[in-house]
Structures are given as structure tokens and as C-alpha cells.
Design a protein around this ligand. Structure first.
Ligand code: PEP
Ligand code: MN
Length: 287
């Protein structure tokens, strides 16, 4: 491993807890679930999502407003209007929000509205963006690059920390392989390795890994069983109508059923999903 000085574990129990809000922290005993649509589409859509997810052990909301689309002709996201919609859902339901930042110019507006900045797979090695995140003043959700090795992933996190931001959460979201049946291959071995190598929380995105909704729930359960600190899962009030990633979107009902099914698995690995235990890890542990 290269000189991963800041992200490297210094002893077996060395773990960082990243605080998203007063009540929500990633990396403690609670397995954190982040749910929401691929793309923020309207205030009504986010209201439907948030009102339903708030009834379950789901701790934070997601929704892209700056979207990295393969085609320049595809919908690129609602921008600042979408940020306002996310902030509205947050204040109404008390759930922190996570959204993607694709450029340095987007960092200030996103940081003004969101609780956590997502760096998407396509930007995992955008080194200028990683350096700028050092001063973002918000926690970062760093997604693994489409074909990034574990070492490259760890070093991308090192960039953010080396530039002054210790609040980094890693996200395994599947890597490219030869098989086109699934969109990507979920690398659960990487989740285990990252938790052995680093002290940072590691969460799993089964949605972008699978690319097919019928695979998402079982992958999510496998992720919790292998020690993931959380999940980020795409869901939508009308999955087939999603403007992006429709094929992998769960219905809101399926999302709620999924999180309830996680509780016994979390318990089996010494954790919980309960929102009641969220108050416990208040202290930010940094290197
Ligand atoms: C997303 O979260 O909607 C997304 C674009 O993810 P990734 O960067 O992992 O493809
Ligand atoms: Mn998506």
C-alpha cells in the first residue's frame, strides 16, 4: 500500500465516526441507511419519498441535483432548485441529506444546503476536486471509481484528508467487469478489506452495483452481514417513471420492507438499525 498515512488504521479498534447531524452518525453501532431517488425530480416526489421513509429505520435522504449522465442530452439535474427541495425535505422530516458534487464550482451551493457531499464514481480521481473538499466544511461520501483498485480508492480518501477534511465515508458501489448481466460487480471483499486497512466508515450501494431492482435487497443484506457501516439505496414513488436509473429503483414499499428485514442481520453482527440508538456516538474520532 502506498503512503496512506491518514486513512490507515493505527490499531485494531481504531474507527472513525462521521457525524451527519446531531442524531445521525456513520461508523458507530448503528447501521445507517440512506434512501431516496437517483435524481430529485420535483418537490412532490421528495415529499412522497421523505414522508414514507421517515416511518422506517432510514436515517438520511439522497437525491442527485447535479447528475453525471452518460449522454449530454439526458436530464442533467435540477441544480439549486433541487437543493432547495432537499433542504425542505430535511427540515420537514429531520433527516440529513446527501447529494453529489461534480465540480469545485458546485461545492459552495451544495455545502450550503446539504449535510454530506457525495463524490461520484466518475470523479473519484478528480484530484483538484478532492483537494478542494479538504476545505468544504462538510462530510464527504466518496464512491469507488468504476474501475478503481482498492489502493487507488484509499489514496483518493487520503487526498481529502491530507487537505484538511477528516470526515470521509467510503462507498463500495460495484466495479466494472466482463459480465453485462449486472451493471457492475459488488465487491464485498473490498468492504472487508477497507475496514481492515482503514479506520473510515464503509457503506455499500447495492443499487448501482446491481442495476436491477430484483437483486438489490439480497445484496443489501449481504453487505450488512459482512460488516458494512451503512447502505445507500435508490427508491422512487413510481420506480419505472424515474428519470434516471429506473431499472434499479425500488418502490418505497419495497425500500421500507428491505430495511425491516435488515434488523436481525444487523443484530447478528452486533449492530442495530434503530433510530433510538443514534444519539450514542456523539464524539468525532479523528486521527
Ligand atoms: C448516483 O449515486 O446516482 C451515482 C451516479 O452513483 P455512481 O457515482 O456510483 O455511479
Ligand atoms: Mn443513480
Amino acid at each position: 500500500m502506498l503512503d496512506a498515512r491518514l486513512v490507515k488504521k493505527s490499531h485494531a479498534n481504531h474507527r472513525t465516526v462521521v457525524q451527519l447531524s446531531e442524531q445521525v452518525a456513520i461508523g458507530g453501532s448503528t447501521v445507517i441507511v440512506i434512501g431516496g431517488p437517483c435524481t430529485v425530480e420535483s418537490a412532490e416526489q421528495m415529499e412522497q419519498v421523505a414522508s414514507q421513509l421517515a416511518t422506517a429505520p432510514i436515517h438520511a435522504l439522497r437525491g442527485g441535483v447535479y447528475k453525471p449522465r452518460t449522454s449530454p442530452y439526458a436530464f442533467q439535474g435540477m441544480g439549486v432548485e433541487g437543493l432547495r427541495i432537499l433542504a425542505e425535505a430535511r427540515s420537514r422530516y429531520g433527516m440529513p441529506v446527501v447529494t453529489e458534487v461534480m465540480s469545485i464550482a458546485q461545492m459552495a451551493p451544495v455545502a450550503a444546503y446539504a449535510d454530506m457531499l457525495q463524490i461520484g464514481s466518475r470523479n473519484m480521481q478528480n484530484f483538484e476536486l478532492l483537494k478542494a473538499l479538504g476545505q468544504a466544511g462538510k462530510p464527504v461520501l466518496l464512491k469507488r471509481g468504476l474501475s478503481a483498485t482498492i489502493e487507488e480508492f484509499v489514496m483518493a480518501a487520503e487526498y481529502i484528508m491530507a487537505h484538511g477534511n477528516p470526515h470521509v465515508v467510503l462507498c463500495e458501489r460495484g466495479i466494472r467487469s466482463f459480465d453485462t448481466y449486472t451493471r457492475n460487480v459488488l465487491d464485498l471483499g473490498a468492504v472487508i478489506a477497507l475496514r481492515q486497512l482503514t479506520h473510515l466508515p464503509v457503506i455499500v450501494d447495492p443499487s448501482h452495483a446491481a442495476g436491477k431492482r430484483e437483486l438489490v435487497a439480497d445484496l443489501a443484506r449481504a453487505a450488512v452481514a459482512c460488516g458494512a457501516d451503512g447502505l445507500i439505496v435508490e427508491c422512487h414513488p413510481e420506480p419505472d417513471q424515474s428519470v434516471s436509473d429506473a431499472r434499479q429503483a425500488l418502490s418505497l414499499e419495497a425500500m421500507v420492507a428491505l430495511v425491516h428485514s435488515l434488523e436481525p442481520i444487523a443484530r447478528a453482527v452486533g449492530r442495530t438499525l434503530s433510530k433510538d440508538s443514534l444519539a450514542e456516538p456523539k464524539q468525532l474520532v479523528t486521527v
